[in-house]
Structures are given as C-alpha cells and as structure tokens.
Design a protein around this ligand. Sequence first.
Ligand code: BGC
Length: 759
Amino acid sequence: MNVKEIIKQLTLEEKAGLCSGADFWRTKAVERLGVPQMMVSDGPHGLRKQSDEADHLGVNESIKAVCFPTGVTVASSFDKDLIRVMGETIGKECQAENLGVVLGPAMNIKRSPLCGRNFEYFSEDPYLSGTMAASQINGIQSQGVGTSIKHFVANNQEHRRMSSNSVIDERTLREIYLEGFEIAVKEAKPWTVMCSYNVLNGVYASENKRLLTEILRDEWGFDGFVVSDWGAVNDRVEGVKAGMDLEMPSSFGVNDQKIIEAVKSGALSEDDLDRTVEDILTIVDRYQSNRKPESVFDRDADHEIARKVARESMVLLKNKEVLPLSKNDKVAFIGEFAKKPRFQGGGSSHINTHKTSNAVESACEYLGLSQDEFLYASGYSIAEDTINQKLIDEAVHMAKQVDKVVIFAGLPDAYESEGYDRTHMRLPESHDALIEAIAQVNEHVIVVLHNGSPVEMPWIDKVSSVLEAYLAGQSVGQATVDILYGEVNPSGRLAETFPKRLEDNPSYLFYVGEKDTVEYREGVFVGYRYYDAKNMDVLFPFGHGLSYTSFEYKDINISTAKMSDTDTVTVSLRVTNTGECKGKEVVQCYVVPLKSLDVIRPIKELKGFEKVELEVGESKTVEFTLDKRSFAYFNTTINDWYVPSGDYEIVVGKSSRDIQLSAHVAIESTVEIPMVCTANTLIGDLLQVPEKAKVLEPFMQEMEKVFQGEENDDIAAEAITKEMKEAMFRYMPLRNFISFGNGQFGHDDLEVLLKALNN
Ligand code: BGC
C-alpha cells in the first residue's frame, strides 16, 4: 500500500472516518482504495477475540483461547527470554486469528497494592516493567503482528479511572511513571500505544500533546499510532492535534463529524489530520504485508508453553524444609482453590480458556491416584466471604491425619478486578481462619496463594512454607504441582514489595485521592525505593524468592573505577550453585547513588538483572553493563537526565534487601547545569562553583574587611569562630551585601556583581 498516495486520494470525510473504529474491534476499510480493515483484540496475556457481542469488560464470550500467566506473574520470572517466548506464542495465535494488534502489554506502575488491575501490571519498578515489556513486545511483533502498550500514562488506580487527574511532579513522572514506557518504546518499537483514560496534570491523556507528541514521538522516536483506551476520548479535535490517532471503539460518526467541521472551519489543520491518517494506515499496511494466513492456533501446544511460563514465575516466599513434597508424603490439599483455582483476573483481559488444570487433578495425575484416593477438603466456599465452621472442622479433622497439608488460599474474583480497587489488603476472613486452624493441628503447613497483588499474612510465623502462585494462567494446577513435588525448582522473584500492612505503603495517605484529584505526593519513593530508604520492616522485599538449592556470589570485578558520564562500566561476578539440585538464580544489580544535599534520591534502584541456570556445583559469570542512564536522575533545570559528579556504589544481590557484593565507581559529569544568579542566590552555592567563586572573591574580601572592622569594635565578636563566619556567609543571599555592607555596597554594585556572575 502506498500510504502517501492513498492519502492524496481520500476525501475529507474518508480521512475523518479512518480516525475511529468501524465497530468495537476493527478499523475502517476504504474498499475503493484497497485499504483493508484491521482487527485488534485484548490482551495482554492471551487472546480475547470477540465477534458479535462486543464489550470492553470481558462480559460477553470470546473465542476459546489460551490464558497465559498474568502480568505480575510473568514479571516475577525475571526472565526476558521466557516472556519473549510467551510473546512469540501470542503473536502466532494472532496470526492464526487474523488479528493485527494485541492490546498489551499493560505496564502501569503498581503504586499501591490496592489497584484493582495490579494483576495485569508488571511491577512497582519501572526498569523491570520496561525490560519485561520490551521482551514481550519483541516476541509478539517478531510474528508480524503489533502490540499496544497501555495505559499511557499514570493510570494507577481504577477508582474514577475515566475522570481522575493524576498530579505528578516532573521528576517522578520521568523516573517512575514514564520510564518503563520509554524503555519499551526505545527497545522494542511497539506498533501502537494506548493512551489512558485519566487526566495527567490537568490535561486528558487522550489530548495531551506534550505526552503524545513531544515526549512519545519527538523524544523517544515512536513511529506507530496512538489508540485511545476504549472510550477515553474527551475532545476529539484536540486529540487529533495532540497526536491521538485512532479513537476506539466507534463513535458512530459523531466525532468524525467534529473533525470534518474543524477542518472546514480552520480550527484543525488538514496537515494534522493527514499525519493522523498516515500513522494509522502505516500500521494497517504493516499488518497487511505481514499476514501469514497459513498459521495455526495450536491450543494444546500453547497450554504447555503457558505451563512452563507459570512454573518459572511462581515465587517461593518461605520454606522451612517441608518443600519439595515427596511422593511418599501423606498429604492433603485443602481449600476450594485446589479444585477451582483463580488463575486470571476480571475485566478486559478475561480469557475464555480452552482448558484449565487444577491442583487436585494434576496431583492425582502425577501420583497415579484417582480423585477418590486423594485427600481433599474445601475448607471454605469461594462463593461466601464468611467463615464456615463446618468446612473448617472437616478440614482440621483431615489435617490431623496427614504429614503435610497444602492450603490453597487467595483472593476470589470479586476481590480484585478491572473497574474498582481493593479497599484492604487482607485475604477473605474464611481463608485466614482456615490457615490459623490448620496450623494449630499440623506442623507442616504449606500455603499456596492465588492473588494478583500483595496480601497481609497474619499467620506467616505459624506456617512452614508459602508459595506465591499469583494468577498463573490456565496451566496453574500442573505448574503448582510441578513445583510442590520438586519436578521444577522454583525460580520466581517478587516484582513488588509485600509490606507488612497496607498502612506502610508510601501512597497510603493519598491513594485514591480526593474526588478527581490524585496527588502522587510520595514522589519517586514508590515500592522498595521507599521501604529501603526508610529501612522499614517488610513482609517480603522486592526481588525476594527462594530456591530448593543455594547460590554463592563471589569475585566481583569492575571494568573501571573512574569514568565520565558518557562512558559505560561493566560489572562482572561469579555465581555458583552450592546446593544439591539444579536451579535458576536471579542476579540483581542496583545502583546506589552518592549522598547529595542537592537532590533527594532513592538509596538504590534496580538497573540490571539476569536469570542464570546452574547445575549442581556449576559456576557462571554474570555481567552487567551500566551507562549514563543507570546513574542519572531527571534534572528539571536542564530537562534531561543528569549524573552528578561523585561516587556511586554498584551492588549485586538476591533481592533489594539481600546484597551480596559491591563495587565503587567515581563518575565525572560532562554536563554543566547553568546557574542563573539573582539577588537571592546564596553565597555558599556560588563558592562551590570555581568560576563563580573567582568572580565573588574580591567582593568577599571587601566584606571580610567590613566584618573585621565590626568585630574590633565589639568584644563579644571575639567569640565568633572562623566556622561560624563561614556558615553565616554560606546561607547569606547576595542582597545581604547591601544590608551588612556598612553602606559601602549599594544596588549598583549588586547589579555589577550579578552581571559578572551571569556572564
Ligand atoms: C481497558 C483496556 C482494554 C480495552 C478494550 C478498556 O476498558 O482499559 O485495557 O484494552 O478496554 O477491551
């Protein structure tokens, strides 16, 4: 398709029409010019391809498809290759179903454990989110279909999601909320970006030119189309001007008409409209030229890939030597989730699975037992929140007769979903009560959790093990049994902190805001950036996860001890499997910036991670290359990333709280932050900049003389030490030369001085 030629031949009405969907899921065709329709589908962890009865909340049925583990689950794999494979698989499925774009990955930051969509999102850390998203995008797009990273940006709650104004300072926006999207756009070039429903600092994301054009396109080089989240358009004409290309779903012509009128009245330039149409048609063309109609959607094969992803992602949070189970253990599975697991979330990502596996049936298959021979008690009813004493008593009775009990607990569907947020961080009462009761009669309790976001664990000291299975997709039962029985060594790590209580979370006081205003007052201190800075006790830290084997870190090496901010530095170390079985370790690299009074920064930030597989006794070298961005913060004076000169520590560990090795590098900045001096500039600040200090020197000498004169007259002045004098000058604004200058320094002198300083 020659897009530019086609645009020349399109009428104004056709162009305006192309800027919105034909229906819920398709773009419009222009048959006379050979422009085909293109269908899109949710996303993000499998296909929700709907036909006739379309909706954006996952209510009506879609085709039978494969449900992969949700965002938070797969992020916990910390495995870039694995999520790429998952992406490739979803991409192939799209080809088989003739879909042009899959709506995902969803990559908003998990600001609070309460966000209803946390299960779909990757992490509280932007580097991890961006890196995992980039791999998933690369996987999907390698199959010739597009992705739509969403929701751009600062859609961190479901409460009033279509109207709330996220108020975020520039540094926080750049360092936390935009960073992941930036990595994904730069590293993986997603075909499309989905703008969010919410308002950002007073302007709807769907008409935010700074966001959609200046940052996304001009700064990051995005070259696809921006699609609105379903129903996110406020003012369509402003949207076109801002770079919001495709409105979804269809507005039934209403907004197309507004575009036509705006062009006719001159309120919208036809060039802006042409650019929008070009963005859309370029992607439609890419879809058409990459079609592979011969592709097949092999659901059973993909179920096995989903199983692999699930078992590499689950996180073993605690293990007092009761796992793995042995085939000879007398075990009972308790909790209705063992038969009816929760493995995906509600809303637009909800997949109509072609099959699912549960833990009881998978264990029976593994052990060669019939379900009648296997010990199972429901313990609670998923349908009810309240404690059912009869079910607990039955479960307790069973627990007394076995060596080990596996309790399946977590959050039922109604607890977390797209569309609303949680109001607390607890499990249902019935699950907590069941765990407490069983722990009283059996010493070997293992809890398997199905949830999309952290939960409080008041019983943590009373149980032996906890396996965080998250929402693990349709192969959940098999993957759980694979880990419980040690067929697979757990290797997931938490992509988020589990605080002890909700009140500890940094956004606690401000989450969900006041009416339509949500101020992100905790700033850059999101997740471990806050807990670590406060040295606060947490239930489980970011990056934490256990294995059935053990690993040792040694021999850290750094390629240079001194560098400029334009260089890169490589850190390497040896990791050895010192335990008794094969396993995978996630080696995490954090940068600890120098302490500075000029800028408040988190004490450490993740800047690299690698997952390595090691046989018993095997060692491997792991390497991280860090560049300017790894050390920088976003400086709002220069509107750019900036690395202050000084010392940095590079630390490597098993979690943000379990640091094993460290090395130092001194960095010299090549960027000068311009300093504009005014009458209110402090003398101390000027003395730190050699050129300014030089200009100031003669004036300082004069002032010294004046001060000395005063001191001679006053006996008490003898008590003034050199340090005190220096301190007085340090915090003194230049204008005080006049007030303390004994009449020898006037406004004209100040003007001369300022001119010299600003030259
Ligand atoms: C969701 C999107 C989704 C879209 C289409 C919206 O409600 O926020 O994530 O892709 O619906 O289903």
